[in-house]
Design a protein around this ligand. Sequence first.
Ligand SMILES: *Cc1c(COP(=O)(O)O)cnc(C)c1O
Length: 383
Amino acid sequence: MSVAFFSGAKSFKQQWPLISARLDQVIDDGKFTNGPAVQELEQKLEVFTGAKHCIAVGNATDALIIMLRAAGIGAGDEVIVPCYSFFASASSIAHVGAIPVFCDIEEGTYMIDVKQIEQCITDRTKAIMPVHLFTQMADMTAIREIAEQHQLLVLEDSAEAISMFHNGKHAGLLGNAGVISFFPTKTLGAIGDAGLILTDDDTIAMEARRLRIHGQDEGIPYIHQTVGYNSKMDDIQATILLVRLEFLQREIARRAYLAACYNRELADIKEVFTPMIKKHADDATNAVYYVYLIETDERDNLVAHLSLHEIGTEVYYPYPLHLQPCFKHLGYQTGDMPRAELAARRAVGLPMYPDMTEEQVTLVCEQIRSFFGKGNEHERSIL
Ligand SMILES: *Cc1c(COP(=O)(O)O)cnc(C)c1O
């Protein structure tokens, strides 16, 4: 039995009758981008997240770029961002002509180390971009305090953070704006690219709506208020997301159950560190297991062993952002961000998706156990 790193085939088959009935409607409506299904999804997500405005776009990388521009970030501005994240957290900043200023992460949680933020602030700093990675949110109470003190914007890379809340507020709504990704492997996945900007700010929302269609105001074509982008969501993707949104809470509960299975089965393997979920003092919200990330000194050998036994893994992230060739001109060096650099050598994501069975979790854990030389002969013979 093999275990894919990700598969959504089983759910997709189950959901297909619901999806296909709605797709007929999309064809009948004849509007395939930014159409009725996209509008319905925006409205449903406004209810789900509590956002005043949800603006659907082509993907979350575009959402980050459009959010930054809509918030007025541009040439020469500095934006503080953690160096341990998906590339788009930093590339979006560079795309609008601004400069990413990297911060190291907190040990164990992979969140931006809030103690380092103030040292990164200069005259040119305009915003802080916290990233809510893997399972949990950054310390938004502390980040908001710093931002208020220094009059900075808070623009959240909440691409992974659907259904993550801090003091009852959805990720992306704790600062000025945020984004959500619907990339297929994300907690709420389309069957292609799709993304969203969410905000309570009317001005940012208006600018973002313009920027996604070449700087035009809705209903006034061919007049360009600003030079924007072509980043619209497909109605086919919106339709799939509308169906899947109905299953989201059940799927998140399933992820939590699988994470608990992993935690239990890996607890006695001392070479493996399982996810650490930090409860902020005033925060009673649970984790959302978008990714189940472990750490071990033997990461690369473990990945090879699991691959040999047809178990998929994904290294998130093998190279921290401050050491990427494209950011060489910023002058960072190996050793500048020790915690992120250590995580880049030790961290690996294990399979984690609602279609997984408990038996598959057991199989993954047995292979990890046998790699560290703890498998007993009886268990091996069953396998
Ligand atoms: C997935 C992701 C993105 C980008 O999302 P896309 O929809 O693939 O463009 C940005 N930031 C983080 C942290 C992500 O995980």
